[in-house]
Design a protein around this ligand. Structure first.
Ligand code: BTN
Length: 267
């Protein structure tokens, strides 16, 4: 798999200079954090055949069966202030949308803030984890990406079957994993270069265009409470600008609330 990915990979500047593959890991994010602490180079990518404890956001697990998906983590060591990284996870969703369009022609959409959907079904999840020095400086960032490729509906846990999809369930085809993984790495490398150069305008424009949350009535869910609102826009850090029924507007940061009420997919 490692050699297959390398054979498919075009030129990269940082992400993907080193690619490691392991058939089975607990979580590529967890292992990459250990590798980062041990001094792994910036841009190292770890791909796993399966994860036995794949992690999602908000303490959820991420289904990671062997041969059915792409599970990878990339190590970044950006010399940037932490606030410059606020949009990284959302822009990664935009970058993965570009990758899946290039690799298999899939026309994905983004559900704020960083879920990638195809036909309203969640296809790809992203989990970014950062580590800071004792002085509060950013030491490294691990960007973890999972893409459902060859799952059938029955492969997902029953409670996820109406929300989760794969390239196979939505496009009716089985896909080899390595060529898709290679394009994902290329697009991640391109995004990281843009982020370091402060040149992410194209990602913001693309995100706004592809984000199906915008211009919709949504329910903002926070601490079990649901508040209706209309999603207006995202700012440069991908905070969600909403208008409440009383006309007041507010900016919701990622992690402050989740969004519900969109066709076919409830977070
Ligand atoms: C989510 O949708 O909640 C985020 C899912 C992130 C899954 C990926 S798979 C590779 C990496 N390793 C993990 O344990 N999680 C991320």
């Amino acid at each position: 798999m490692q050699n297959e990915i390398k054979a498919c990979l075009g030129p990269v500047v940082r992400v993907g200079k080193e690619i490691a593959y392991l058939p089975s890991v607990t979580s590529t994010n967890d292992l990459m954090k250990t590798m980062a602490e041990a001094g792994a180079a910036e841009g190292t990518v770890l791909v796993a055949g399966e994860q036995t404890q794949g992690k999602g956001r908000l303490g959820r697990s991420f289904t990671s069966a062997a041969g059915k998906g792409i599970y990878l983590s990339a190590l970044l060591r950006p010399s940037l202030p932490p606030e410059a990284l606020l949009p990284l996870t959302g822009f990664t969703a935009e970058a993965m949308g570009r990758a899946l369009k290039r690799a298999v022609g899939a026309k994905t959409q983004i559900k704020w803030v960083n879920d990638l959907l195809l036909n309203g079904k969640k296809l790809c999840g992203i989990l970014t984890e950062s580590a800071f020095s004792t002085e509060g400086r950013l030491s490294y960032v691990v960007v973890g990406i999972g893409v459902n490729v060859n799952y059938d509906r029955e492969d997902f846990p029953e409670e996820l079957r109406d929300m989760a999809g794969s390239l196979r369930t939505e496009l009716g085809q089985t896909f080899p994993l390595a060529p898709i993984a290679a394009v994902m790495v290329e697009e991640l490398d391109r995004l990281y270069g843009a982020l370091l150069a402060g040149d992410t305008e194209g990602y913001l424009t693309g995100y706004r265009k592809n984000c199906l949350t915008l211009d919709r009535d949504v329910l903002l869910v926070k601490n079990g409470l649901s508040t209706p609102a209309h999603a207006l826009d995202v700012d440069e850090a991908l905070g969600l600008l909403v208008r409440y029924p009383n006309g007041e507007e507010a900016l919701i940061r990622s992690g402050e609330a989740s969004v519900r009420g969109l066709a076919g997919y409830v977070s």
